[in-house]
Design a protein around this ligand. Structure first.
Ligand code: SAH
Length: 393
């Protein structure tokens, strides 16, 4: 496969490899780092290895001849690599970004210039709903005023009637952050919705939402299969983001608690629970480690912990409290096999046994690896048997 920006944008580092080779390489890495803890199933590949990204972002600027360009920052620089279509990104989203760029000339809208600080259009972000087909366009501007706003919206919708909402985000600061704080809805409801494992989720400009929807369903499906809930359990969804995993699990559990540090994510999680008519879930805006320590102090009952920490993995506070709480099962979703190996090392020394694990390829053509692992509490009797077994080895 060819891409004009290959080697410059830093996205598809593995473009030179076949998809089968990529899966093998990822599986090998997982087995090398985490194979000693337990059995690994074969990696779950993507049916659609292209155009899977539901979130597409383009930065706007100009070339030496002052032509407007849009694309991706060259890795570790602020130099823009022009990109009109990307092998990973949703194709409609890419087309919308090109349309916005082409419209800018006739509407006399200038791209933002980082050096001079002049210009209006900084970025365009497009988010798409895989099942719903809804599309949100976020225009990130240096000012809350878009000249000829109504005509601009009309013209954009004429080209792309599939757009369901348009948002103006104001970013007037010198920052490498894409989105600013202030927002104005120009058209539609200001957010999109999508379905994941049968539940509906609201996605706004800033919400965290997994970028590969098809593979996310497989990942969450595996997490639920490993959790094997019967409807009687108290479940903790730790590092829950917008509550996706907990909400999907709630129909199979007695009660679910979700804990998440990010305020906006917790707000979205509460909205998501409400719109799915879920009554047995509560979200806490807290540090997961502190929350776990408190649960351990209170000797709370938690049967299953579902955890999905960021790349840095979990921390001592969380893991040491988890082993005190003694949930029967811990289902660990990880986006970094190195920190997964470290945390599995801890848990398997403190009374847990890894029963199964599997890699789910969420990011074809890149080296990123996602995995889910099931750990079970070794009961007291079993612990000594297990120790004997280890000693005999
Ligand atoms: N489970 C969610 C989100 C996973 S991303 C999903 O699949 O969509 C990891 C999440 O952990 C992020 O939302 C981040 O805000 C949160 N996080 C990071 N550090 C945390 C901490 N110390 N305590 C609680 N949440 C944390």
């Amino acid at each position: 496969m060819n891409c004009l920006a290959a080697g410059k944008c830093g996205g598809c580092k593995w473009l030179h490899m076949s998809y089968e080779e990529q899966l093998k390489k990822k599986e090998k890495t997982l087995r090398e780092l985490c194979g000693r803890f337990g059995k690994w199933e074969s990696m779950i590949g993507a049916k659609e290895a292209y155009h899977y990204r539901n979130k597409v972002h383009a930065v706007f600027g100009e070339d030496r001849r002052h032509n407007i360009i849009s694309g991706i920052y060259e890795e570790n620089t602020h130099h823009i690599v022009p990109v009109d279509s990307c092998l990973l990104e949703n194709e409609k989203a890419d087309a919308i970004i090109v349309t916005v760029r082409n419209m800018m000339k006739s509407f006399r809208l200038r791209p933002y210039n980082e050096d001079s600080g002049y210009g209006l259009v900084r970025h365009v972000l497009v988010r798409t709903g895989f099942h719903s087909g809804e599309i949100m366009v976020v225009l990130v501007l240096t000012s809350p005023i878009l000249p000829s706003k109504n005509n601009f919206i009309k013209a954009l919708l004429k080209e792309h009637p599939e757009i369901t909402t348009i948002v103006l985000n104001v970013n007037d600061r010198i920052t490498s952050m894409v989105l600013g704080e202030k927002e104005k809805v120009l058209y539609g409801k200001g957010y999109i919705e999508d379905t994941l494992c049968g539940k509906v989720f609201r996605i706004s400009s800033r919400s965290f939402y997994q970028v590969n929807p098809m593979q996310t369903e497989k990942l969450y499906g595996k997490a639920l299969e490993y959790a094997a809930l019967t409807g009687k359990e108290t479940v903790l969804d730790a590092y829950c983001g917008t509550g996706t995993i907990g909400i999907i699990a709630s129909g199979h559990a007695k009660e679910v608690m979700g804990v998440e540090l990010n305020r906006a994510a917790v707000r979205d999680a509460k909205i998501n629970a409400k719109s799915n008519y879920i009554k047995n879930i509560t979200f806490y805006e807290r540090d997961a480690g502190e929350f776990m320590m408190q649960l351990a102090e209170q000797k709370a009952r938690v049967d299953v912990v579902l955890m999905d920490p960021p790349r840095a993995g979990s921390d001592e506070a969380f893991l040491s409290s988890a082993v005190k709480l003694k949930p029967q099962k811990i289902v660990y979703i990880s986006c970094n096999p190195k920190t997964l190996a470290r945390d599995l090392g801890y848990l398997t020394k403190k009374g847990y046994r890894m029963t199964r694990g599997v890699g789910v390829d969420m990011f074809p053509w890149t080296s990123s690896i996602e995995a889910v692992v099931c750990l079970k509490l070794i009961s007291e009797g079993q612990t000594s048997q297990h120790r004997n077994h280890i000693c005999k080895k």
